[in-house]
Ligand binder design. Sequence first.
Ligand code: G3D
Ligand code: MG
Length: 175
Amino acid sequence: METHKVIIVGPSAVGKTSLLNRFVHDEFVLRYKMTIGVDFLTKIIEYQPSKSVKLHIWDIGGQERFKFLHRSFYDGAAGALILFDLSRQHTFSSMKTWLSEMRNIMDKEIPKVIIGNKIDLIPEIGRIIEKSEVENYAKSENCFYMETSAKTGENVEKAFLELTQCMLGNGKTKI
Ligand code: G3D
Ligand code: MG
């Protein structure tokens, strides 16, 4: 089976590890220990009826602060999820920094999905970042935009599916 490397990036505490655990193990674990080092998990995804690939999904872990280590993290990645936290305004701008840094480090363009995570908190706290603003930004960066909750599982599978279909050129090859 084909294997592709996918990376999950973004500022600290936006839910990267939670999203990965929700997708791979279908669980939400409260009180994560801070992830130490770079870790990856594997999951097989059916991206078209009877067509599957294996994803190696890398979690930047607690190394968000040690940006000089990033090159090997990005090496060979076929797609990326870039997260921010819908409940914390400043994570939207740090996510933008992440994206531009990623473009500087990587020598080729790869499919990217921007994720606004923690959508489950919106009914409680309201929208603090305009959806249209994020959508416009994503469009200008040639990225998809999706909103997820690692807590409830909303859109988590969809986000990985969207990215995988993008990576494998689904749509372009359809007749
Ligand atoms: P990170 O890997 O990006 O650093 P984590 O983020 O996955 O460690 O998550 C950081 C905190 O956000 C955790 O809370 C986690 O439970 C919470 N979280 C992650 N995803 C969601 C979500 O979709 N909804 C809500 N409501 N919370 C989420 P603690 O309190 O353990 O720091
Ligand atoms: Mg983490």
